[in-house]
Design a protein around this ligand. Structure first.
Ligand SMILES: N#Cc1c(N)ncnc1-c1cnn(Cc2cccc(F)c2)c1
Length: 297
């Protein structure tokens, strides 16, 4: 994966699908209080990076995240400074306030699936919250549940955190506020998304605090996108089996079909995605954006 040479910015870090840059002043020094978040067109599925990239994915998810920040501005302040970004990343990058980031992945679940379902099947609870009997894959939870994890180093898996561990990391007051806000963000997201035919099963958000110690929690990173959340088409929701993904199902179906020739269990990389799968996947990202925001991409 190659990072961009952005005049006026120095590359800081690359995640699977996004990259972080620091603005550099005229004196060549890094501007200390801002960062540039760049969303790529890269797509990750089954823990593999797909090829080719999905055209416009970065721009669609950036615009969606900015729209959600605005929808949530009454709940929590956010880190967005400006979309006045270098031409090379126009439309898929955001200039943000540099924060001291909390060392907790703030995850909330409105529907039971994935790791939460596994824990429920073992314990009858998830992250210490006892759940009703008889829940299955895709069951709607009585209310969103906070299921935080650690922020594992690259190449390692995030680990579930107990309430006590979160309090030890953040303090009781901040821990309670992170839980409250994360659940409120998912609840608000589902209030809006459900009216537009999309269910948001779960989401991961990140919070930071101002380095000068003033103010409270600030919502950072991206928010309520198909990369940070599980998006499900509402009309296909049927508890009792894995739900189709709103955005990644075409990729998953093709990769697991005989047409791809890929043997996921063999451990080798997936083949190149055919053009029709790339085009269908792009169309789903655009469709999700337009249905949620009411705007044309
Ligand atoms: N958002 C934000 C943020 C902020 N406002 N202040 C300080 N640090 C961060 C920050 C650090 N890592 N990340 C995750 C991340 C995001 C995007 C691309 C990547 F490669 C990695 C976010």
């Amino acid at each position: 994966m190659s990072t961009l040479d952005l005049p006026g910015y120095s590359h800081v870090y690359s995640g699977k699908v996004r990259d972080l840059y620091a603005p550099v002043g005229a004196d060549g020094e890094v501007v200390p209080d801002q960062l540039l978040l760049v969303a790529s067109n890269r797509l990750s599925a089954y823990d593999w990076m797909m090829s080719p990239e999905i055209p416009d994915k970065g721009a669609v998810l950036t615009r969606l995240s900015l729209w959600w920040f605005d929808q949530l501005s009454d709940l929590v302040p956010n880190h967005v400074v400006s979309t006045d970004v270098p031409e090379a990343v126009a439309g898929r990058a955001v200039l943000v306030r540099k924060l001291d980031m909390l060392k907790v992945e703030a995850i909330a679940r409105a529907y039971l699936t994935g790791g939460g379902l596994e824990e429920y099947r073992e314990k009858g609870s998830v992250s210490g919250v006892v759940l009703p009997d008889g829940l299955v894959d895709g069951s709607k939870l009585p209310e969103p549940v906070f299921t935080p994890t650690t922020k594992a180093p690259v190449g390692e898996h995030d680990l579930p955190m107990s309430p006590a561990q979160v309090e030890a990391e953040l303090g009781a007051g901040v821990a309670a506020e992170v839980s409250r806000l994360t659940r409120a963000i998912l609840a608000r997201g589902n209030e809006i998304a459900a009216e537009r035919g999309i269910l948001i099963a779960d989401t991961k958000v990140e919070f930071g605090v101002s380095p000068d110690g003033t103010g409270g929690l600030v919502l950072a990173d991206e928010v309520l996108t198909p990369d940070s959340s599980r998006f499900w088409p509402a009309e296909l929701w049927e508890p009792g089996h894995p739900q189709p993904s709103y955005d990644k199902q075409f990729v998953r179906d093709w990769l697991t079909s005989s047409e791809s020739g890929w043997d996921r269990k063999a451990g080798g990389p997936p083949p190149e995605l055919p053009a029709h799968v790339v085009e269908q996947t792009r169309a789903k990202y655009v469709e999700a954006y337009e249905r949620l925001t009411g705007e044309t991409f």
